[in-house]
Design a protein around this ligand. Sequence first.
Ligand SMILES: [Zn+2]
Length: 130
Amino acid sequence: MDAAYDRVRRSRAGIATVLAQQDVVAGVGAALRSEVLFRCGIRPQRPARQIGQEQWVELWTDLVLLQGAAAKSGRLVTVRGGGRGGAAAAPGDGFHVHARAGRKCRVCRSTIASSRRGQRSLVWCPTCQT
Ligand SMILES: [Zn+2]
């Protein structure tokens, strides 16, 4: 965790980009990345070096928690009480922002924003994430 934070702190890129670099945090998929940043209230474009150590620990802890739960259930669900739809679930069910661009934030009802840069798309709530 300390080695990863070192990389984050020295980076000039946005936090989502840094999280996507496999050598910083192994196995963090797009959905997990977007959801963790939402749950921690961090906008994906925020420069990584502006993430304080306390916030990094919070982010890391949540990543580990969600990854563990997903491994157990076979499905990533980041919304409390979500994911009961089974096979009938629509894209974005069980998520806050992933696959929900243009829809309403479950927390504040703002419209979920998105941007695309090359292969990578970012989604976030403009109100909940700063
Ligand atoms: Zn929101």
